[in-house]
Design a protein around this ligand. Structure first.
Ligand SMILES: Cc1ncc(C[n+]2csc(CCOP(=O)(O)OP(=O)(O)O)c2C)c(N)n1
Ligand code: SF4
Length: 340
């Protein structure tokens, strides 16, 4: 008898019949489309895939994915995702969080899931605002941001999500843009292929409360001049004709923006991207200044042991040390007592 070959799923097969409740024009739609396309390209088994989120507009994501999903509590998606991965290491776990959810109330939890290096994909939708609660400023809002909670302009220094992730010990750090339907699936596939916590910051436009906050480097007309796509082993160049690049100022251990062909600068002066270099990664994510580009792509990737892998091997060695152990006996070993 001929065996029926399983039908290949398309992006649409990963969508649910739920009404998508984001504002028309929200960047979350484009991200949803990219994620669904990525899963189709990866031939992901929906029965083996889980999306976990916290609270916020972005955190509505699991409703729209025809996979397993948990819409959990504010900032606590990392704890749920860790538990899911430990209880069932065979599951492919994706975590979706916003800049408020992940970096404000959930900052502590995000820090530890990255430090522990739990094998999950973390997608942080950064719109530099609290969307769901109607536009208050968030930890990533730039100084001067006017909002209902900062009517005189935010006086706080803003947090850089990728710098936070690197400082927390993340072994995979990347950036992409909501509307970039070519780049995002590439980055998501790299994140998926990485064993350990993969942190992806997605610049997401909140059309209602913080419209065009990233337009200076995401708009089609501005992108060539202001966006640099880092690729391992390739020169760190940008500009409409790749005429600009990054050079290392060795005396000050800093990055300089230079133009090839000017002041004796040649292609040989331009830095080559090494995604395993933590110091370079930190310099790339914190590049600042009117001439500096925003670096997107896989900025850091340097795999290390995972927390779930460590737990699994400890469980295995404990089991093999006592192959015929009796659970009740183990529980009642040592000092136990009964409360009447
Ligand atoms: C314990 C608790 N504190 C505060 C809130 C209110 N709240 C809901 S979502 C949210 C922030 C969402 O912002 P963000 O994570 O940036 O997501 P976005 O809506 O922009 O996608 C806040 C403060 C809450 N629901 N629960
Ligand atoms: S409030 Fe902003 S982030 Fe939330 S759905 Fe609307 S546009 Fe999107």
């Amino acid at each position: 008898m001929n065996e029926l070959s399983p039908q290949k799923l398309t992006a649409k097969d990963y969508a649910t019949d739920q009404e998508v409740r984001w504002c028309p024009g929200c960047g979350d739609y484009a991200i949803l489309k990219s994620v669904q396309k990525t899963l189709a390209d990866l031939e992901a088994d929906p029965a083996n895939t889980v999306f976990v989120s916290g609270i916020g507009c972005s955190s509505r994501f699991p409703y729209y994915m025809a996979t397993y999903g948990f819409h959990t509590i504010h900032g606590r998606a990392p704890a749920f995702a860790t538990g899911i991965k430990l209880a069932n290491p065979g599951l492919d776990v994706w975590m979706v969080t916003g800049d408020g959810d992940g970096l404000s109330i959930g900052g502590n939890h995000l820090l530890h899931v990255l430090r522990r290096n739990v094998d999950i994909q973390i997608l942080l939708f950064n719109n530099e605002i609290y969307g769901l609660t109607k536009g208050q400023y968030s930890p990533t809002s730039r100084p001067g941001t006017r909002s209902p909670s900062s009517p005189g302009g935010s006086i706080e220094r803003n947090l850089n999500p990728c710098n936070f992730a690197l400082a927390a010990g993340a072994c995979f750090v990347a950036r992409t843009v909501d509307t970039d339907q070519k780049h995002m699936p590439e980055i998501l596939k790299r994140a998926h292929g990485h064993r350990g916590a993969s942190f992806v910051e997605i610049f997401q436009n909140c059309i209602v409360f913080n419209d065009a906050v990233f337009a200076d480097f995401t708009d089609k007309k501005n992108a060539p001049e202001r966006q640099l796509r880092a690729e391992h082993g390739h020169k760190l160049v940008f500009g409409p004709n790749n005429e600009k690049g990054l050079r290392l100022d060795r005396d000050n251990v800093a990055i300089e923006i230079v133009t090839i062909g000017e002041n004796g600068i040649t292609e040989d002066d331009i830095l080559v991207h090494d995604e395993t270099d933590a110091l370079l990664a930190q310099m790339l994510v914190t590049l600042d200044g009117p001439d500096a580009p925003v670096v997107v792509g896989v900025i850091y990737c340097n795999p290390a042991d995972t927390y779930d892998g460590g737990v699994a091997s400890q469980v295995e060695s404990a089991k093999s040390a006592k192959p015929n152990a009796d659970m009740k006996e183990l529980l009642f070993a040592g000092s136990t007592w009964t409360v009447d």
